[in-house]
Design a protein around this ligand. Structure first.
Ligand SMILES: Cc1cc2nc3c(=O)[nH]c(=O)nc-3n(C[C@H](O)[C@H](O)[C@H](O)COP(=O)(O)O)c2cc1C
Length: 245
């Protein structure tokens, strides 16, 4: 284990923070370092918006769940997939922008997610903790209205950051042999391995949240995958100029 791998392996989402503010210089240093993350074609198709206005924070916090940590965290960031600068570059160079392609949606979303994960790891290396907030997609129009996010950009997720006031154990991940394979995709999924992992996750939740019953991984995934989640996203994405072609 290198020190960096130790930081990666110690990750756990933090939803409770001390009052200690996050120094503005630290935050900008983390973002500057995260910008060094690989980016498809060097497009850097992202914009980060720090939400400092308490009213907007509260509105987003309520809409996202409610998720009180969105209002309470010392820092709350919204990560936007952003093609506006590329469209602008086209205009500057008298090129008609080809927008609305699925590939661009993937490029911008992947770029945004990689940047954000680098930022999260950098923050953890500096003693901060945080949590991603996909809940902002419950009402992405509200986020666009509050933060003035234009066409060709959309909010992918938020992120709370601050000094942890909680120390949950890292959540066990799937065993390596279920996610890493040589030369070909696995033919079958081994139910016994899934059952064994269910046991590990059940034991994890028994310690962390004893009131939760049947918190196995397959139960959670079946609940998640057995329902329609945020069906408005297709129309929203189209409206923002990322319509699927
Ligand atoms: C894109 C994304 C969106 C997420 N959205 C939320 C969220 O809205 N609220 C929340 O409490 N956690 C959210 N999470 C955190 C996950 O629930 C968490 O990462 C996962 O359960 C694994 O736990 P760990 O981060 O503690 O290891 C999100 C994570 C990701 C990557």
């Amino acid at each position: 284990m290198t020190p960096f791998l130790e930081i990666m392996s110690a990750h756990r989402s933090i939803r409770k923070f001390t009052d200690r503010p996050v120094d503005a210089y630290l935050l900008t240093s983390l973002i500057t370092a995260a910008q060094c993350t690989s980016t498809s074609h060097h497009v850097q198709a992202y914009t980060i918006i720090q939400v400092t206005d308490p009213d907007n924070r509260q509105k987003i916090s309520d809409m996202a769940g409610p998720q009180p940590w969105v209002a309470q965290a010392p820092v709350f960031l919204v990560f936007c997939a952003d093609l506006t600068r590329l469209v602008s570059a086209c205009r500057n160079r008298n090129v008609d922008p080809e927008t609305g392609w699925t590939e661009q949606l993937l490029v911008a979303t992947v770029d945004t997610a990689l940047l954000a994960q680098s930022l999260m790891l950098g923050a953890e290396s500096a003693g901060l903790g945080g949590v991603f907030i996909g809940g902002i997609r419950n009402d992405p129009d509200l986020v666009c209205d509050l933060l003035h996010i234009p066409e060709h950009a959309f909010p992918v997720f938020g992120m709370c950051l601050g000094y942890p006031d909680d120390d949950p154990a890292p959540k066990p991940r799937l065993p390596l042999n279920m996610v890493f394979h040589q030369d070909r995709f696995p033919e079958t999924i081994d139910d016994r391995e899934m059952a064994a992992y269910d046991g590990i996750i059940r034991a994890y939740y028994e310690k962390r949240a004893p009131k939760l019953t049947d918190r196995t991984w397959t139960r959670q995934m079946a609940d998640f995958t057995g329902q329609v989640i945020r069906p408005h996203m297709k129309a929203f994405i189209r409206k923002k100029g990322f319509s699927i072609k």
